[in-house]
Design a protein around this ligand. Structure first.
Ligand code: ZN
Length: 675
């Protein structure tokens, strides 16, 4: 295979330069807003159209004699897949008709005679699909509207030689055997594909868009095309994410699960009714043109693993060029619901803050565009979702939203650096995306907007602690998926940060995100980075808190106070208190314990936590009133705080001597307890 041509590199460099110069800055109306110089476009399009142009790093050859220094054509990823799709949003605007030419280059060694495609829209085909059964037709509070079903139909599938493969299709359900689920299909090829070889198939398909409640579909005039085309599963060569044997990683569409795909090239032509405006992944290779009562857009994206687009006649479009030290040059494009027209500066600011900081922390943003789509209120189910170089904010429900606007934009852009560039397996290790993104989001929200997360409260929500590398549909009850994958995983990262310090944690995150760009890292890969940076084993920690649903559970079991020992008169009386503490959960070291005495004196001691239980002996002139483990709730992995605090059972005669201070102290103590 040959690499991207020199022409492409120059074209792309020129395009980036124009971007940096801010060509066409400013708010634009949708039509014709996508302006890349046509002369540049033609070359890109030509290269992209030929599957033979699929660049493979191992096949790179110099175009001119080596003595001439040249810009290097750099494929950032392995580009296993190449899609050329021509899709039409039909006039009823609730269905799509498309043709797709897809090329797969075998990244492994063993001959393969079966390809697998995800047909995600079939998740919404009936109440009996795996997605609908698991989700109950509801996602994040959005329920499927009446008659909201949707589906995907393959109308033709053939080889480049014209051999039909329609009789070689077989729907498979590797996760649950649910025969009513048609979200994954196997295609038996006429000939095997050997490692390094490519195969190209031509597919015709139609999508009946569901009414939006779960990421994709239509809502009034608004269309969100996410997971809308037949999409190849990931074939994992041995060693990828630690797999021993190469093979397909196959899963259906589940109620809780997101996605996993290989990197490649997308060249997508989108035809919509003339009054529609389209925002999409990648960059437009030419201005939208009217052709036979259709407006035709063409987009190109490479080194991405998905392609999404949104369309509406109502979008208010605004665009700005932006660059910083770690952002070589990007056009930020807003596709706003009219209700949020006046908020465009807030969207721009949040986007710039995210790009600037995440690129500094997690490596440069390598793409030339980033689009933010704001769905209408009724399309909220499509909101708060990430796709490569395109994210959706929450549906525009109110004219003056709080900082949830910025939080959503920042979170979804955060995904570009984890889901987008690292491309973890969200079926099997969703925490590598959601926990890491939530961790990044919290930090940026605090830095830029002064909004900090209540981690103590969040810790208390983790009522059912489960492994972080569980396949998403195995979390029970279903809401424990969010509690573990979004919250507990993030708290694990915060906990590691507390143990190693912020500077070291930054080094860990920087090393992890840079080393595994475009490489599908696993949890074990992250653990290795933590160990390399901190120069010690984290096996016991990961075993307990990552690979298992571990949680410490500290308890003050017993307080015993002996009668005061008088040595030389009443004033020198000393009470001896013994406090039995234990950890009924997983091992956790350096635990602070606060002891409060009846005269108001407090002392803090640390328990190293190596044993399951221990006893503290204290001698003081006043009796002990209470003991509390981790009074500041600094141990984020503990959710059961009820037994962390205990009052001494003081006898009446003891209390009477200390009544005044005791009453006040008790009020203060009980008033400050936070579960
Ligand atoms: Zn997320």
């Amino acid at each position: 295979m040959k690499p991207l041509s020199l022409r492409y590199v120059i074209v792309f460099a020129a395009l980036s330069a124009l971007t940096l110069l801010g060509v066409g800055i400013g708010a634009l109306s949708g039509y014709g807003a996508e302006h890349s110089p046509a002369v540049l476009t033609a070359a890109v399009q030509k290269e992209a159209k030929s599957p033979a142009a699929l660049p493979k790093p191992k096949a790179v050859q110099p175009v001119l004699p080596e003595s001439t220094p040249l810009p290097v054509s750099e494929a950032l990823s392995q580009r296993v897949v190449e899609y050329h799709i021509d899709v039409q949003l039909l006039p009823d605007t609730t269905s799509l008709r498309a043709s797709e030419t897809v090329t797969w280059t075998h990244p492994g060694l063993k001959p393969v005679q079966e390809l697998y495609f995800h047909l995600y829209p079939n998740a919404f085909a009936s109440e009996d699909t795996t997605f609908m059964k698991e989700s109950g037709g509801e996602l994040r509070g959005d329920a499927m509207p009446a008659n909201g079903f949707g589906s995907m139909t393959l109308t033709d599938l053939r080889t480049t030689e014209g051999v039909s493969l329609m009789q070689r299709l077989q729907y498979v359900q590797p996760d649950d055997g649910n025969v009513n689920d048609k979200t994954l299909v196997k295609v038996h090829l006429p000939q095997p594909v050997n490692g390094g070889e490519s195969v190209t198939l031509k597919v015709q398909f139609e999508v009946k868009l569901p009414k939006i409640f779960a990421r994709m579909g239509s809502a009034g005039n608004f269309v969100m095309a996410g997971q809308w085309f037949p999409k190849l599963s990931v074939y994992e060569p041995a060693g990828t994410r630690g797999v021993q044997e190469e093979g397909w990683n196959l899963h259906q569409y589940h109620g809780t699960s997101e996605f996993y795909s290989d990197f490649g090239i997308y060249n997508v032509t989108i035809s919509v009714p003339p009054n529609y405006i389209v925002g999409a992944s990648g960059f437009p290779v030419k201005s939208a043109k009217l052709k036979q009562d259709q407006k035709v857009y063409q987009f190109y994206a490479d080194d991405v693993h998905d392609f999404a687009w949104a369309a509406s006649p109502d979008f208010v479009v605004a665009e700005e060029a932006f660059s910083t030290d770690h952002v070589p040059g990007v056009r930020i494009k807003l596709y706003l619901d009219p209700l949020h027209k006046h908020l465009q500066e807030r969207y721009f600011q949040a986007t710039k803050a995210a790009l600037t900081n995440f690129s500094k922390w997690y490596g440069p943003y390598p793409y030339s565009t980033l689009s933010i789509v704001v769905p209408p209120k009724e399309g909220n189910g499509a909101g708060g979702m990430e796709y490569p170089t395109l994210v959706t904010a929450f549906g525009a429900a109110e004219a003056s939203p709080g900082t949830s606007l910025e939080r959503t934009v920042i979170h979804e852009i955060g995904h570009q650096y984890f889901y987008g560039m690292l491309a973890s397996n969200e079926f099997e290790e969703a925490w590598l995306d959601e926990s890491f993104t939530s961790y990044a989001e919290d930090r940026l929200m605090e830095q830029e907007y002064g909004v900090s997360s209540n981690h103590v409260l969040q810790a208390s929500l983790v009522t059912s602690s489960q492994p972080l590398d569980l396949e998403t549909w195995k979390y029970t009850p279903a809401d424990s998926y969010a509690r573990n994958v979004y919250i507990r995983g993030k708290l694990v990262l915060k906990d590691i940060e507390q143990q190693v310090g912020t500077k070291t944690m930054d080094a860990i995150m920087a090393a992890y995100t840079r080393k595994f760009r475009f490489r599908h890292p696993s949890t074990a890969d992250f653990q290795k980075i933590v160990e390399k940076v901190t120069k010690k084993s984290w096996q016991a920690y990961f075993d307990q808190y990552v690979y298992s649903g571990g949680s410490p559970d500290f308890s003050i079991d017993h307080i015993k106070i002996s009668d005061p020992k008088k040595e030389g008169g009443d004033d020198n009386a000393r009470y001896e208190s013994s406090v039995a503490v234990s950890n009924k959960g997983n091992q956790y070291g350096d635990v602070p314990i606060k002891f409060t005495f009846l005269d108001g004196y407090t002392v803090q001691q640390f328990w190293n936590g190596t044993e399951k239980e221990t006893t503290f002996q204290l001698a003081y002139k006043a009796p002990l009133l209470s003991a509390e483990i981790d009074p500041e709730h600094s141990i984020l992995l503990e959710s059961k705080h009820l037994n962390n605090f205990r009052l001494a059972e003081l006898e009446r005669k003891t209390l009477s001597r200390w009544t005044l201070s005791a009453t006040k102290l008790l009020e203060t103590l009980l008033g400050t307890l936070v579960w």
